[in-house]
Design a protein around this ligand. Structure first.
Ligand SMILES: Cc1ncc(COP(=O)(O)O)c(C=O)c1O
Length: 393
């Protein structure tokens, strides 16, 4: 390995929301954070080199990108997902959540119904509710430590609530599902049948485990491509979240126009100079780093799986097919939310994301970010084990 992912880089006192805001966010100082979805690893070297070059130039005026930015993004999606995009489809935005909010406003009116599949990334709920749209939940079905879609419930709600927009999380955060092509086809057909627009958040597409290939929703067929918005970003893949760049692909020119108009209404135009440089550099040169990282994450996952099996069999790993966020099932303990919070935060000293943040169906679960050096993960598991033992005494 070229990159030493075992290296622990001190992130404290960098204004990191993961490390430096425990007190402000109601957690005790000194807590070990494995919550928000960024990684404790440096970005790939070629990205750092390009950023350093730009910083030493020293002028950070308004910036746009040229053809080579699109070429880097285009090649990435073609190579990894056999998805052929066109330059005019690409709309840049300062983040996927920002794009989701703009899309909700562009494609629905106040009071319209927007459907999501909880437990799901919590800003899906806020972009709907904050924009005064109606939140419609099609809960994922949990069975045999795995999640699946309840298509019957979905269709019933689409009809009854007259759903206008569906926000798909693909791969799914937090349950770790990488939807199969068959599932996506079924979802897509259902939405087309009832004229429900599909807003597909594919920010985690580069993190899939062997045997679970990601399918870009709009790569499936022309009809799906014409009736969907695909949200991508280099931020999860290359750990660039703070640089705020996302690439939103909209093939349909009418939809694209509406989306761009919505962004304009917010007064936003050019993206962050350094973000654009990092994005292009990462897609052009970051692949070797990502390949190594994915192997490291796979080993982190194996470590947690084995640790739980050997030491805490009452806590079940919901086997992820993708993402570096793992979903742990504590439901066998039958703890109340308060008792769980007490055990995780105050006894174990761990800052995780409690399951109900992702919707009521997340009760009894915790989400852990495993994109950290193994020693941090080992420390976290030991803390959990100790807290559980103390509880039994
Ligand atoms: C599904 C999903 N979408 C979007 C984001 C955040 O995207 P951004 O930082 O570009 O707004 C995350 C971050 O965890 C995520 O998990």
């Amino acid at each position: 390995m070229n990159r030493n992912f075992d290296e622990i880089i001190d992130r404290k006192n960098t204004n990191s929301i993961k490390y430096d805001f425990a007190k402000e966010r109601g957690k005790p100082e000194g807590i070990l954070p494995l919550w928000v979805a960024d990684m404790d690893f440096k970005a790939p070297d070629p990205v750092l080199d390009d950023l350093l070059k730009a910083v030493s130039h020293g002028i950070f005026g308004y910036t746009e990108v040229k053809r080579d930015y699109f070429d880097a993004v285009y090649q990435w999606f073609l190579k990894h997902f056999e998805w052929e995009t066109k330059k005019e489809w690409l709309v840049k935005a300062p983040g996927v959540v920002y794009a989701l909010a703009c899309a909700v406003r562009a494609f629905t009116k106040e009071g319209d119904a927007v459907l999501i599949q909880q437990p799901v990334y919590y800003p899906f709920t806020s972009v709907i509710e904050d924009n005064n749209r109606r939140l419609i939940i099609n809960p994922l079905v949990y069975q045999d430590y795995n999640y699946r879609i309840d298509f019957e419930d979905m269709e019933r709600k689409i009809i009854e609530e007259q759903v206008k927009l569906f926000i798909l999380c693909s791969p799914h955060n937090p349950v770790g599902r990488v939807w199969t092509k068959e599932e996506l086809v079924r979802l897509g057909n259902l939405c087309l049948k009832h004229q429900v627009l599909i807003l597909s958040d594919e920010i985690h597409c580069d993190f899939t485990y062997p045997g679970h290939p990601h399918t870009v929703f709009s790569s499936i067929n022309e009809d799906f491509a014409d009736y969907s918005i695909i949200c991508t970003a280099p931020s999860k893949t290359f750990n660039l979240a703070g640089l705020q760049v996302s690439n939103i692909f909209i093939k349909n020119p009418v939809l694209r126009r509406k989306f761009i108009d919505e962004i304009r209404k917010t007064g936003y135009s050019q993206l962050n100079t350094l973000g654009l440089i990092a994005c292009q550099s990462a897609y052009a040169n970051g692949e070797p780093w990502l390949n190594e990282l994915k192997l490291y994450l796979q080993d982190n996952l194996s470590y947690v799986r084995q640790f739980l099996k050997d030491n805490l069999p009452q806590i079940r790993l919901v086997e992820p097919q993708g993402t570096y966020l793992i979903w742990l099932d504590f439901s066998a303990l039958s703890f109340t939310e308060e008792k769980m919070e007490h055990m995780i935060v105050h006894k174990a000293g761990l800052w995780l994301d409690g399951g109900t943040m992702f919707g009521a169906s997340g009760l009894g679960f915790q989400r852990i970010n495993i994109a950290c050096p193994r020693d941090i993960l080992k420390d976290a598991m030991q803390k959990l084990l100790k807290a559980m033992k103390e509880l039994e005494e």
